[in-house]
Design a protein around this ligand. Sequence first.
Ligand SMILES: [Zn+2]
Length: 160
Amino acid sequence: MSNSFNADAWVDAALASAGLRRTAATLALARLFARGDEAMLAHAQVEQLLAAEGLKVNRVTLYRLLDRFAAAGLLRRTVDAQRVSRFVRSSQEGGPAPRFECDDCHRQFRLADDSQKLNDAARQVLQVLEAAGHEGHTIDVSVHGRCAGCATDAAPRSAS
Ligand SMILES: [Zn+2]
């Protein structure tokens, strides 16, 4: 675990990039993984840990939240031979998960994980906002364009 890891920033960025509102459940869940005990947690364990904090989260809701976090690349999911999913915070530290979306085929691509510079930049943006008295919650780094597949398929752009 990196000593520059900022759990609060991760929680904020996590909820933002998963498109989740800050509720007792989403915050507790994000904080659980931000704490980063590095263990892989199965649904049932997550449920128990949240319950230990006095938070009862509906099982279906919990599954959906974990899926959202995983889909947003915030959690890494592994599935064992018994088909039990386990989750751990992705190695990517802190900030936003940059995305690239192709405007032609609308596929989304996740940028590589080695984005420490992007994360630093994101934090600086938040600091500038903070200094101006604003409260920045969401940083969404998204790049639009044409993916490699479409660029080779469709140069020149064909009207279909
Ligand atoms: Zn494309």
